[in-house]
Each structure stands twice: as C-alpha cells, then as structure tokens.
Design a binder for this molecule. Structure first.
Ligand code: 13P
Ligand code: SF4
Length: 302
C-alpha cells in the first residue's frame, strides 16, 4: 500500500492533479487526498483549485458537479460504477412532471441529482446548507427534490414555508427507525446522538445534533463529551475513531454502508490518474443550464 500511495502522490505532482475525497470513502484514501469532507466543501474546493486534473473519490453526481462548475478541468471518477441510489430516483422526465404539477413554485434540488435534473432547478443545496437555501428563497411554497426526508426536515425547521417534496430517499439513511434511536439512548445514556438529515424527519428530531458529514465531525471536534452515536455512513465513524482515539463512537447500525462510496480503491485512483480514464463529460447545453443552480448555491453559502 505504501508503494501505491507514493506512486499516486508522485503522479499528482507531475500532472498538477488534486484528489477530492468524500468522508464516506474507504479511509485509506485519505492518505492521498488533498481535501476530505462533505459535498459542499468538495464542490467549493473543485471550484477554487488551480489543478488541471481533479480525481473525485466519491460518487458520480459529485464528480459531475465538479465538472459543471470547473469545465476547464479534467475530472476523473476512478470507479465508473460509483453512482448514488438517491440521485437515480429522479430522471429528467420525472423532474419535468413534478414541476408541471406545481407550476410557478421555486425548485430547490439537492446536490444528489444528475446534471439533467439540476438544469431544470432554480437553486441547488447540500445537507449542510439546505435550511439556509430554502430560507433564502423567501417564498411560502418550495419544491424540493429528490430527498423527501431532507425536504421535510427543512420544513419542520421553518415557520410558514410549505416544502413540497419529491418521493426520493437514500436507502442507507432511510433504513433508520425511531426505535433504533430509542434503543441507542437506552444503551448509551451518556452519548450524544448525531444524525444526518437524510434520515426520516421523525428520526432526525430525536438527535442532539442534525447535520452534514462535516457538520457531525465538527460537532465532535468542539464537544467535550466522550461518547457519540453516529447516525450516518460508516466512513464518518471510521474517521472519528482515527482522529479522536480517546473518545468512543458507536455506529447506529453495522449496515450503515454506502456500497457505491466503497467501490473506489487506491488501485483505481492510480489507474485513472495514470491513464486519465473515466473522465466526466457533459453535453454543453446541459452543463450551461445546470451551472446557474450550483453557482447560486455557492454564492448563498459564502
Ligand atoms: P453530505 O452533504 O453530508 O456530504 O452528504 C452527501 C451524501 O450523499 C450523504 O449521503
Ligand atoms: Fe447516495 Fe445514500 Fe450513498 Fe449518499 S449514502 S451517496 S445519498 S446512496
């Protein structure tokens, strides 16, 4: 593995490349990553980096977003099969029908969606800024897609805003039930429970903190508590265990694994960078039409 890591680092320098890694990736990928974090942070890094090549250790919509906002850079997705089950729940046609049923209502799209879907939306959001983005629209009604859980969570936090949601979800997070949280409270009464808002809103409501993957990690960094129940993908718990060996982390369920996120390996990162394969390409019309909603989000998140 050491050899592999050295080879990747050398190639990165030779090719002026950066590696962006989501915090659900296999933890050894951090050894070669320039930036590790949540989807908002990684899109901000994709926008501001001076690199010629971005290797995206994440899933397809993340790499595609990087290409939308940095069209002059070569963006590589090391494993071409790394998709997102939630993003796959809505295609362009379904998006158009959703809008047709609710004319003249602004549309917020979660970043976990394809460029074709983003092209039809007014503004994008991530789990870390969804509340801020919906608020910024200053409208009593908002369409939100594809994640119904996140949309309804946002609605529960706002007074007088109706969030009309599309019927999508992340099967990894949607799998958590109220009884799982109640059991964790009973078994770990001293622990803080930290929840990703892709969980059902009735589940999120029971958390001590609800936020993105980076938000959860930041909460732990600032906290004086010693025990935490992690209600999101295992990669977050793995990194917290590595970074805070004196604290205890309990993953809510052993099957909190995003299979797509775990597809990417160091070998594939090396191969894609060496041969510059699995490049993200976009229809220029779609790219142009999807840029606005991401740029508006980046501006509103500053
Ligand atoms: P973050 O916005 O926390 O990175 O979440 C992205 C994601 O896909 C969670 O399942
Ligand atoms: Fe998509 Fe869920 Fe995996 Fe996140 S955890 S990338 S929403 S399938």
């Amino acid at each position: 593995m050491k050899n592999l890591i050295e080879k990747i680092k050398k190639l990165k320098e030779e090719k002026n490349a950066v590696i962006l890694a989501h915090s659900y990736q296999n933890i050894e990928i951090d050894e070669v990553a320039d930036f590790v974090g949540d989807s908002l942070y990684l899109s901000q890094m994709a926008k501001t980096t001076n690199a010629d090549i971005i290797v995206f250790a994440g899933v397809y919509f993340m790499a595609q977003t990087a290409k939308i906002i940095s069209p002059e850079k070569k963006v590589l997705l090391p494993n071409a099969n790394a998709g997102c089950l939630m993003a796959d729940m809505i295609n362009h046609e379904q998006m158009i029908n959703f809008k047709k049923n609710h004319p003249n209502v602004p549309v917020v799209c979660y970043i976990n969606s394809t460029a074709e879907v983003k092209a039809e939306c007014d503004i994008c959001c991530t789990s870390s800024n969804a509340l801020k983005i919906v608020k910024s629209l200053n409208n009593s009604k908002v369409l939100f897609l594809p994640d119904a859980n996140l949309g309804k969570w946002v609605e529960s936090k706002l007074d007088g805003v109706e969030v009309i949601t599309y019927d999508g979800n992340c099967p990894v997070h949607n799998n958590i039930e109220i009884r799982d949280i109640e059991l964790a409270r009973k078994n770990y009464p001293d622990a803080k429970i930290l929840i990703h808002p892709e969980c059902k809103p009735e589940v999120s409501r029971l958390g001590d903190y609800v936020g993105s993957t980076s938000g959860i990690m930041e909460y732990v960094r600032k906290s004086k508590d010693k025990q935490f129940v992690i209600v999101t993908e295992k990669g977050v718990a793995d990194r917290l265990e590595r970074d805070y060996p004196d604290k205890k982390f309990i993953l809510i369920k052993s099957n909190m694994l995003c299979e797509s996120m775990k597809l990417t390996t160091l070998e594939e990162i090396l191969y894609s960078l060496e041969h510059e394969v699995n490049e993200i390409t976009l229809d220029e019309n779609v790219r142009k039409r999807s840029t606005g909603c991401i740029e508006r989000m980046l501006k509103a998140s500053k």
